[in-house]
Design a binder for this molecule. Sequence first.
Ligand code: FES
Ligand SMILES: [Fe+2]
Length: 437
Amino acid sequence: MTVETLLGRQVGDYDPPVRGDPITGERYYSRRWAQAEWDHVWTKVWHIGGMVADLEEPGDFLTHNLGRESVVMLKQEDGSVRAFYNACKHRGYRLAWTEVGGSPFLTCAYHGWRYAPDGTLIHAQDPDDFPGGNPCGRTKLEEIPCAVWGGFVWFTMDRDAASLADWLGPVGRQMEQWGMDRMTRVMALKSDVPCNWKIIRDNFNESYHLPTLHPQIANVIDDSLEDTIFEIYPDGHNRMIMRGLKPSGRYDTADILEMPLAQALEYWELDPKDFEGRASQTRAAIIAKKRELGRARGYPHYDGMGDSEIVDFHHYTLFPNLTFTMWPDGVQLLRSEPHPTDPERCIFDHWFMAHRIGDSDVVIGPMGPTPFEAVERETVIFGTRSLGDVADQDLSVAIGQQEGLHSRGYTGGLLANQEKRVQAFHERLNDMCGIHD
Ligand code: FES
Ligand SMILES: [Fe+2]
């Protein structure tokens, strides 16, 4: 089924009913909710631990800290990746302290125990001084499920979890069209942000805010309701497709044939003046030009893509906290995770993965032109520099909402139909956490 035939509101099988549970304010600030989410959500779902590309040699590792927990993912001799809790079996010292690293052994800095990449203890000081004898070869780090997909290393703390492929379901197969595993991560910003993680999820689970909050993108993303597809999948993931490289149907007039749409038209050898009075036709014209010129201009990845994929914005939210916006030439990942101790803060990540275009050493990312080179994650002290124009706008309201949700004047929300993904997200959380008050 093509996107053209799907255009409309929530579609068919992917429009499950919601109950209308109130979205209580307390869930955004209470320790009761934070603990329930840890017990029933964070320790049950799959998480991204880092980039496969950072693991080159056996013994290379990634770490990912989530709340108070930490996980280390190690490359094995056979090329596979295994994940372990990042805590020494001797007395619990955290073993790996950098996000990326590597050595033949993982060595604990406290008493010097050494572990092989498969988690087996291979050296302990005074090994015969232990009850039961030498612990080497018998003691192993605590292993948890690990998988590789889309260029990322994933882990889950639930040893009984469905496989990653099953957890992704049809959404995973859809996302493979963009070839994420052939992309390079060219931007990776991280910040500790003063709002609950779900405020950021709510924002990414609706597009109702676009005309008010992001008017600058209205001439390259059509945010009009009748042209946007919303789908909610049974496993809690969802998809939104917005038409790209045409102005919003809310403002279909010639005078919005400005930057950056005009720039896109010119790049693909089209004259913006030809579209005065018929701005809704820019998308189809650019699709045709991309098909005609794409391969020769360094865009061979268009060959395997459908028309919608080479021009539209496919926006996926994987439950509970990963949002991928698929652009024709790259993927933006926005993630919010719980703060280790404070329910009114969260850890926010903004990554961009891109295909190289020809031999260009620059790609156009969420921060504008960006060098095409692999980057390590960069931590930003919130408020001291931009996390991306659009992300800054989203985060500015997130902080204001965190304040308002404490008010006795907030009584559980009044959502538009097009915000159904927000409602479905919270009802799923209510059910998983077993909290319905
Ligand atoms: S805590 Fe790791 S060697 Fe003692
Ligand atoms: Fe936004």
